[in-house]
Design a protein around this ligand. Sequence first.
Ligand SMILES: Cc1ncc(COP(=O)(O)O)c(C=O)c1O
Length: 426
Amino acid sequence: MEERYLPRSPLVHQHLVWDTAVGSRVEDPTGRQLIDFTSGVLVANIGHSHPRVVEAITRQAGRLLNCYDAPHPLRGEVARRLVEAAGETFEAAALFTTGSEAIDAGTKLAKAFTGRWEVVSFVEGFHGRSVGPASSSGLASVRRGFGPLIPGTIVVPYPASFRCPVRHCRDACDLTCLQVTRTLIRANSTGNVAAVLVEPYLGAGGAHVPPAAFWPALRELCDELGALLIFDEVQASFGRTGAMFAFQSLGVVPDILVVAKGIAGGVPMSAIVTSRAILDALPPGSLGSTYGGNPLACAACLATLDVLESESLAAAALTKGHFLIDVLTDFALRVPQLGEVRGIGLSLGLDFVTDRDTRTPNPRLAEAVVFAADAAGVVVLPPAGEGGNVVRLAPPLSIPEADLHEGAERLMRGISQAVDSFGHGA
Ligand SMILES: Cc1ncc(COP(=O)(O)O)c(C=O)c1O
């Protein structure tokens, strides 16, 4: 039925039929259980079908499911909790349904607030598939075939040191890419940069994590340009990187924070959090959306925030992330085709190569690893990055130690099998 009635998706997305998912376990329709190293797609930070979320949405479903843009008791409370969790200069929030929708809203707000129209974004950045976010994406696979996209986008290099776009500072980043960025802006901008739109780490672009010095330098650049800094934390928020919001551990404060995925424990919801002045830059009604801030999503969000705090899941992401990075980095010493293990918090990428020196991407091996991991009993994300060679791991932050360790064992078994069946240098 899927093949007949739904859009086609790559085979690698179809390897597993999800029948149920609870906590960190997924079960297919035959009853085979796998350990989840995906959280769906970085959504189930608190674990799948957390009982407190199930209880909250069940209760809410019998009271009020939809009231369009009318006030209801949970909406203001969600905004207050998000603002307080973000702290700093944040004062107000707007609620939406998907990450793409919130990115669009954040970009429009920046344009309205500054009276300008250009957006600086990054090579291999991903902000969603609708036309606004796709226009800011630096992934060819997202842009190709849809031109002309929204004018005024200036795509600049992201400090991805394993695959340094400037090359000369490979592995020893000295932020030369920011000099290139200044040149590109000077050459392409009409002096109207409204915003710099950036991910705290490249998600779909292959799990690249910038060096710490990048963030204050980027903030300085925004201030020089008079542009707003928009942090796309659609996948980096709600504990994933080891802090409630990623910016909180990077020593930089964005003007607009965009969040989604982990916000409501699996129920579709997204938000922007910003200052009152920026949010008021658009006239009343301009940020409305049929399902934005709907009661069911709000109930799920409040329960999710409670769980994140009461189970200290941001701190858990750090310790569990360190464990995974250590064990897999050690393993990579014995697997020349595993070029780098990298990540932040509990969001990791395994960069498969044909050759360690040239670092040529090895997408076929990455794809084989996804299938082999599945066969070994652990679900991993489909290959990411422009080269299609980075297998990403993002277990629920609540994953029990036993599942984390067993999942890592199964994954290493899967990788070894995939490498063996390919032969060296494959
Ligand atoms: C960093 C980032 N921004 C935006 C989006 C788009 O979110 P959505 O698919 O909910 O529209 C994604 C989705 O994966 C993402 O990872």
